[in-house]
Ligand binder design. Structure first.
Ligand SMILES: [Zn+2]
Length: 98
């Protein structure tokens, strides 16, 4: 399986680390809504089809990526940076070259 990192280009999945379900929303840290915290910690979607996932390019630029992967075919339809900009990844890569 190939994942196309927006910064590095297509790379084998062995360079990436799965970081979890990309659909979860963390409750407010001050919240004492135990149902919301229970859902955040334990509830997971298990779709047969497109699934939002977080992957880290741990063997490359180390950026965290939001990946839409079809769980039936492993086809990847979308890859974006989790934080929207890649300035930190670009800065690290420039520092590695110096
Ligand atoms: Zn990368």
């Amino acid at each position: 399986m190939l994942i196309t990192c927006p910064y590095c280009g297509p790379r084998d999945v062995i360079e990436f680390t799965y970081q979890g379900d990309g659909n979860r929303e963390r409750p407010d840290p001050a919240s004492q809504n135990f149902e919301a915290w229970n859902a955040y910690v334990y509830d997971r979607l298990n779709p047969a089809g497109d699934h939002n996932e977080i992957w880290q390019h741990s063997g490359g630029c180390r950026a965290h990526l939001r990946v839409v992967r079809n769980t039936l075919t492993h086809e990847i339809s979308k890859v974006t940076f989790v934080r929207g900009d890649h300035s930190s990844a670009a800065r690290r890569k420039a520092e590695d070259k110096s």
